[in-house]
Design a protein around this ligand. Structure first.
Ligand code: NAP
Length: 259
């Protein structure tokens, strides 16, 4: 595939690097105005450019990764140069209806919500499309499954997918930071505490994904009756551990909707 990513910022660059490393054989171009910030992408065989339109007529997939308020200007710039392309937008809050009105049947539009772990082949990516466009969404899903896990969802869940999958990166990191801080309090230096906390979170995730079981089944395996794990876990729950996470995710969703 020839993949043209417009907007080489945090997410656009992360997707480009993830695809270059994990979906080899594709031809990837990334554009942005301040091209100096993305020169390092060339180390991965990615072409960088200041032009959004050069070579775009040969692209199979165009990924829009600018800020939402820049979408109109970018669409006006590229649409005269493209037909029958897949345009995948990662822009929060920009609907399929809005994008479809812009393309007016000339191209297929999809919405994607990846996260920056795409760079390490570990993005949770939500994808939505109109029913008629699902075959093309499947092609993109296959591609994004190479840089993590990609699922097709109903567009009405896209905000929820953003909170769980993209904001969720920050929530997971805050869990690791809290574990690290506790690790320091119980005797480790910061570096060792972080290494143990991060690897433990990764290990738990690997087990969950490999064994495809409910988290509680794995928790049962590490909680000895009257042991220290269940004592710590129950104290966390008394202090509102699960409840605070659930409430935080719901408040995030309320705020995305009021933006
Ligand atoms: N970061 C995340 O975790 C995340 C997750 C999910 C979705 N998103 C969505 O992804 C989009 C990008 O987010 P981000 O965090 O990557 O933002 P960002 O770092 O600000 O990246 C946006 C990039 O677009 C470039 N740009 C602006 N105007 C352009 C133009 N006319 N042509 C080409 N490039 C242009 C900017 O570079 P120049 O100024 O140099 O052109 C900038 O590098 C947003 O719409 C956001 O809703 C982000």
């Amino acid at each position: 595939m020839k993949i043209h990513i417009i907007g080489g910022g945090n997410l656009g660059s992360a997707i480009a690097v993830g695809l270059a490393k994990n979906a080899k054989g594709n031809n990837i171009t990334v554009t942005r105005r301040n091209i100096g910030f993305i020169q390092h992408l060339t180390e991965y065989g990615i072409v960088v450019s200041q032009s959004n339109t050069e070579g775009i007529s040969e692209a199979d997939l165009i990924i829009l990764a600018v800020k939402p308020h820049q979408v109109d200007a970018v669409m006006a710039e590229i649409l005269p140069h493209i037909t029958n392309k897949i345009i995948a937008s990662v822009l929060s809050g920009i609907t399929l209806e809005y994008l479809n009105k812009k393309v007016d049947g000339t191209n297929t539009v999809l919405r994607l919500m990846p996260n920056i772990a795409a760079q390490f082949g570990a993005s949770a990516t939500c994808i939505s499309a109109r029913t008629a466009d699902l075959p093309k969404a499947n092609v993109v899903t296959e591609l994004f499954n190479k840089i993590g896990t990609a699922v097709i969802i109903d567009e009405k869940l896209m905000d929820a997918g953003t909170v769980l999958g993209a904001c969720g990166t920050a929530f997971a990191l805050r869990y690791i930071r809290a574990s690290m801080q506790a690790g320091i309090e119980i005797g480790f230096d910061a570096k060792t505490a972080l290494a143990i906390a991060a690897q433990t979170a990764l290990g738990a995730t690997e087990m969950l994904l490999n064994q495809q079981v409910h988290p509680e089944q794995l928790i049962d395996k590490v909680t000895t009756p009257q042991g220290c794990t269940i004592a710590g876990l129950n104290e966390m729950e008394h202090q509102g551990f699960s409840s605070s996470l659930i409430k935080g995710i719901k408040v995030s969703l309320q705020n995305i909707k009021s933006e």
